[in-house]
Write a protein that binds this ligand. Structure first.
Ligand code: ASP
Ligand code: MG
Length: 254
């Protein structure tokens, strides 16, 4: 078993999703759990939505519309056939979210936050799974909340290792496409594992399935001399010796 994780930057638009399919095509026939984050910076938008909902601000509906529009832009680029099931799935998800906005929130901000913010990963995993199947990368969508069980510490769910390990048994089945960042309490509410928690999900699943490796795929061609998000003229380091890596990490520790 291998565990792969693709983060938001690797799913930010239709081309990035196509790139995920081309990566996975190199691993056909293997047992892989593919963990995905929400697309682009959607978790930040969902945080704003949770805030608007909880504090009854008027912008909630328009924030939700923006979130839907962002996803539909990628989807309409990925699925030319407008009768593809993904369009109905997304419409149902957004309708459900809109209906929930009309309900009164409970008195726990963190609990409401998790029910809303978790939708980023649910949506992205549906889109990516459907697209991969369409592109010939046969996979099964898995709701990770049926596997990763946590306590009720909303926004920082603490993993119940015993249950999670036992529910992870039997996960090996071709390619499984699932969500990072999410878990579920014993009474059925969604939890999140803390911002940037998808890498953690990949590690949890690797541990629980005794996987041979975890790969965090990034949206850069390799190790570079600086982060291209912050610097203009970054260069790819074509070769790096093990000694150099050790040296760099020593230097970073100091
Ligand atoms: N989508 C979540 C976040 O932005 C989890 C992750 O990407 O790791 O924090
Ligand atoms: Mg990250």
């Amino acid at each position: 078993m291998k565990v792969f994780k693709f983060g938001g930057a690797s799913l930010k638009d239709a081309d990035s999703v196509r790139n995920v399919a081309s990566v996975l095509k190199n691993f056909s026939g293997e047992q892989i759990i593919v963990v995905v984050s929400a697309m682009g910076k959607i978790t930040n938008s969902l945080e704003k939505l949770a805030d608007a909902y909880f504090y009854k601000k008027s912008q909630a509906k328009s924030i939700l519309q923006e979130i839907e529009k962002y996803h539909l832009e990628s989807v309409s680029n990925l699925f030319m056939d407008r009768s593809h099931a993904v369009y109905k799935e997304l419409a149902a998800i957004f309708k459900g979210m809109e209906q929930n906005l009309n309900k009164a929130p409970s008195d726990s901000y963190n609990k409401e936050y998790d029910q809303i913010v978790s939708m980023g990963e649910i949506i992205s995993s549906r889109i990516v799974s459907d697209y991969l199947n369409e592109a010939g990368v046969v996979n099964n969508w898995l709701d990770i909340r049926n596997v990763i069980k946590t306590d009720k510490t909303y926004r920082e769910g603490k993993v119940d290792w015993e249950q999670t390990e036992s529910l992870s048994r039997g996960l090996a089945d071709g390619i499984r496409l699932t969500q990072g960042f999410l878990g579920r309490t014993e009474d059925g509410f969604t939890t999140t594992l803390g911002r940037e928690g998808s890498d953690y999900t990949a590690a949890i699943l690797a541990y629980c399935t005794n996987a041979e490796s975890v790969t965090i795929w990034k949206d850069v061609p390799g190790v570079m001399n600086a982060d291209p998000k912050w610097f203009d003229e970054t260069k790819l380091i074509e070769q790096m010796s093990y000694h150099c890596l050790l040296y760099t990490s020593d230097a970073a520790d100091e």
